[in-house]
Ligand binder design. Structure first.
Ligand code: AMP
Ligand code: MG
Length: 482
């Protein structure tokens, strides 16, 4: 049965038509009892959608895929991917659909039912994890970190079977595209050189248009993706974000953060931090993220080898040489970010800043201060009161010696407060809000969203949102099978 059509909005079919070999036209599952839980009105307006219409039956139909704009072609996208290092040749949208493009953005649904890529999965998603993606992705956006956005979460009224039976939901997600490293791996594995080239040309046009004018467009494309990812992962590291499942199917070509599953923010600083229950080896631990990004980019390079040179060994040579620049790109982005976090003026020489930063990381690794709270406390130290920061360390002499060197450089406290957030989606706050929402009370989620929308602005009354989890919260674990 075909879903009802709407003429209220129109969606582009660029991906579905330009890359038809990577797109299976499909339709969303019925939604027994749709109920809009959250709507991102400002994002809707930015996209040219009328929030009042989105709240109507027809609008909610669009947000769940049960109403299709006339002329649109919703598709499940094909992709492959290395998951925890092992290659899966056929993943694809097992519970998601690309509805089409709104201008230059994808409108994508997660939890919209089974597709030909579902394998053993049910195609559905639960309210808690979809609201979690909404909260964390919107927090990342407010922090200034490239990310997919969340437009809405609609409860479906369908029970979803996980460890327990949970209420089902669909997330409507906006992204500059859903092209992944895994999309290229899939295209490469078909052996169809034209398809691989079409995919690369599509990605260049959408995300890295300057590469088209380069002498070697596909090498320039690779380097542009590498730069975007080096910068992205540096921003994660600077804010204490652990993605949790950096499989190659979860790494975008655009450089946006995607797929908020078992992700979480650090409380205490510790490079070995792992939150995900399924990451038993710590492959995606906080401190490993830059190395994993480089590993994923090597898989990306492999997938586009035929575009880099006619001869495979020449392609490998080009890719290897290029990939060697990743570490410097990452270090440059991260070091610049650390200088900013420490409020250092541009006149401070790198020869001074580098060891200062390295010694701070060593101090933090040994002392495990609360990551977010510590950098805010450092601004207080720059204003003359070092006690709050000092109190986060047992090695007081070590901290004092470091702080003396740093304070001698006259750090700019106001500049620090503009780059060090006071509020991040702390795990205990997210859990508390999601538990309430699953029980039908959305007020805590709305409150948390409003706090996280202005992460650098300290407001009175929000003290508990800036504090680490109480000891009683214990060790935090996030679950996949979201
Ligand atoms: P993710 O871990 O969310 O990035 O998903 C990895 C792969 O598993 C993708 O191909 C998803 O479409 C698929 N997947 C995840 N959950 C489900 C589900 N409940 N039903 C069907 N496919 C799923
Ligand atoms: Mg994924």
């Amino acid at each position: 049965m075909n879903p009802p059509l709407s003429t209220a909005v129109s969606l582009g079919t660029r991906y579905a038509t330009e890359l038809a070999d990577l797109a299976l036209p499909w339709q969303a599952a019925e939604v027994p009892e749709p109920r809009l839980l959250v709507l991102n009105e400002s994002l809707a307006t930015e996209l040219g959608l009328d929030p009042a219409w989105l709240r109507s039956d027809e609008g909610i139909g669009l947000l769940t895929g049960t109403v299709v704009p006339e002329g649109a072609t919703p598709v499940a996208q094909a992709y492959a991917g290395h998951q925890f290092g092992g290659y899966s040749p056929r993943l694809g949208d097992g519970r998601a659909l690309l509805m089409g493009e709104l201008g230059s953005h994808d409108l994508h649904l997660k939890g919209s039912g089974r597709t030909p890529f579902s394998r053993g999965g049910d195609g559905f998603a639960a309210v808690g994890p979809m609201l979690r993606e909404y909260v964390v992705s919107e927090a990342m956006h407010a922090l200034g970190i490239p990310t997919t956005r969340s437009l809405a979460v609609v409860a479906t009224g369908r029970p979803v079977r996980r460890e327990a039976v949970l209420p089902g939901a669909v997330l409507a997600r906006i992204a500059s595209s859903h092209l992944r490293v895994g999309t290229f791996q899939y295209a490469r594995s078909t052996g169809d050189a034209d398809l691989l080239r079409q995919l690369a040309d599509h990605a260049i046009a959408r995300h890295h248009p300057h590469a088209a004018d380069a002498e070697q467009p596909y090498l320039a494309f690779f380097e542009s993706v590498m730069q975007a990812q080096a910068s992205l992962v540096a921003q994660w590291m600077l804010v204490g974000f652990v993605h949790g499942v950096m499989n190659t199917d979860n790494m975008t070509i655009s450089g946006q953060t995607i797929d908020y599953g078992p992700c979480a923010f650090l409380d205490a600083f510790d490079p070995t931090t792992v939150f995900s229950s399924i990451d038993e080896q710590g492959r995606y631990a906080f401190g490993n993220q830059p190395i994993v990004a480089e590993w994923n980019l090597a898989r990306f390079a492999e997938s586009i080898l035929p575009l880099l040179a006619d001869d495979e060994s020449a392609g490998v040579e080009i890719a290897t040489t290029s990939l060697r620049t990743f570490r410097d790109r990452y270090s440059a982005a991260w070091s610049a970010g650390m200088r900013a976090k420490l409020g250092l003026a541009s006149s401070v020489d790198d020869a001074v800043a580098r060891p200062l930063v390295a010694d701070l990381v060593a101090l933090m690794t040994a002392g495990h201060p609360d990551h977010t709270g510590f950098f805010r406390a450092l601004a207080t130290a720059a204003r003359g009161d070092a006690e709050p920061a000092r109190g986060m360390f047992l090695d007081l002499a070590g901290f004092d010696a470091w702080a003396e060197r740093w304070l001698a450089l006259a750090p700019d406290a106001d500049a620090m407060d503009r780059v060090n957030p006071a509020y991040v989606p702390r795990n205990h706050l997210v859990e508390e809000a999601l538990t309430a929402a699953t029980d039908g009370d959305l007020a805590p989620v709305e409150r948390l969203l409003s706090v996280l929308a202005a992460p650098y602005d300290v407001r009175p009354g929000l003290e508990r949102f800036a504090e680490p989890a109480p000891d009683s919260f214990g060790q935090y674990t996030t679950f996949c099978g979201t």
